[in-house]
Design a protein around this ligand. Structure first.
Ligand SMILES: C[S@@+](CC[C@H](N)C(=O)[O-])C[C@H]1O[C@@H](n2cnc3c(N)ncnc32)[C@H](O)[C@@H]1O
Length: 320
């Protein structure tokens, strides 16, 4: 039940205001701390909500400010979109209060000339200065958002919906090992704070409304240790062939769940997109999506006359 309602919220609200929890951010970002040293980090969909005006809207800014010194970050820049208005930029790079600590209280507020759209010339100039981009971009602009990051060759850690994996524009990046899933959020469904005026929410805690959103994952192009872990399911193809039927239209076996992946099969396998949480590029090669032989099919492979849900076609690497 929850899963479906979460999806409905994300899809029908057509609003992009979902605020990531501090805990989710912390669990993921802590794994990349070594990459943050001496770096400029840009959060380009993040509003600090004004200094001293209560809880910051973006826990990304808060987490990076809290760990600014511990991680040795050089600068944090944050901008956000204000429809029809001039927006504000937030900068953290020095001890402005003079108390010997660099933290949230040292964030400077600087007016922007435009609305803070991540695609605006002003924000693109900030993007150029950045080494790493970290945020939860608007779901509705995900394709454009990623295209811009790739165009400017940025390192990033961002949140997206796992369905984005099947986007025509995005899947080739996954296949080419230019983008992969993050370390955490492999159970996918998460609580996000939503604005007071949202009517579709699932709980209120301490006066804050929360929506339960399904299928949320981290995407990154920074290395992390999970990507080196070898998958071992203990399952075999030989002796259990009937568990792994071949597709109607080409020579690949259907593996309905990752935990049933046969470790002794050298041919092509169709696996659910959740496989990417276990994907180690030293162990497996991604050949494509669905019928990998056609450039774009847009639906899963056929089994017994029916198209399945989307499948990634993979093969075990030789000797892996
Ligand atoms: C999914 S929310 C995430 C907010 C925040 N980064 C967080 O996780 O707490 C996406 C944010 O992007 C903002 N946004 C929408 N369109 C934008 C645009 N064109 N440029 C920059 N930000 C935009 C929304 O206002 C919203 O706050």
């Amino acid at each position: 039940m929850r899963k479906n309602t979460g999806l409905i919220v994300a899809n029908t609200a057509k609003k992009d205001e979902f605020y990531t929890s501090y805990d989710d951010i912390k669990k993921e970002l802590v794994n990349y701390a070594k990459y943050f040293k001496g770096k400029v980090i840009y959060c380009n969909c993040d509003d600090h909500y004004g200094i001293g005006k209560g809880t910051p809207k973006s826990n990304f800014i808060k987490y990076l400010a809290d760990n600014f010194q511990a991680f040795g970050i050089k600068k944090v820049i944050a901008t956000h979109y204000e429809a029809g208005k001039k927006s504000t930029m937030y900068i953290l790079n020095k001890d402005n209060t003079g108390d010997g600590i660099i933290c949230s209280e040292d964030i400077e507020e600087i007016p922007l000339k435009s609305d803070g759209d991540f695609r605006s010339a002003e924000c693109i100039e900030l993007l150029k200065q950045a080494d790493i981009v970290i945020t939860n971009p608007p779901f509705s602009l995900f394709r454009e958002y990623v295209a811009q990051l790739m165009e400017y060759k940025k390192k990033f850690i961002i949140i997206g919906n796992q369905n984005a994996i099947t986007y025509k524009e995005f899947f080739p990046l996954i296949k080419a090992n230019k983008v992969w899933l993050g370390m955490t959020m492999d159970s996918s469904n998460r609580w996000f704070a939503v604005p007071d005026d949202y009517e579709q929410y699932h709980k209120i805690e301490n006066g804050v409304k929360y929506a339960f959103v399904a299928g949320v994952v981290w995407f990154t192009n920074l290395p992390h240790s999970k990507r080196n872990e070898k998958l071992e399911t203990g399952k075999t193809y030989h002796g259990f062939e009937s568990m792994y039927p071949k597709y109607d239209n080409y020579d690949a076996i259907e593996v309905g769940t990752v935990r049933n992946m046969p470790m002794d099969y050298d041919g092509l396998m169709g696996v659910p997109i959740s496989f990417l949480h276990k994907y180690n590029p030293e162990q497996f090669e991604i050949l494509g999506l669905d019928d990998h032989r056609v450039e774009w099919r847009g639906r899963g492979p056929d089994l017994n006359g029916k198209a399945l849900y989307r499948r990634i076609i993979i093969r075990k690497k030789q000797g892996a």
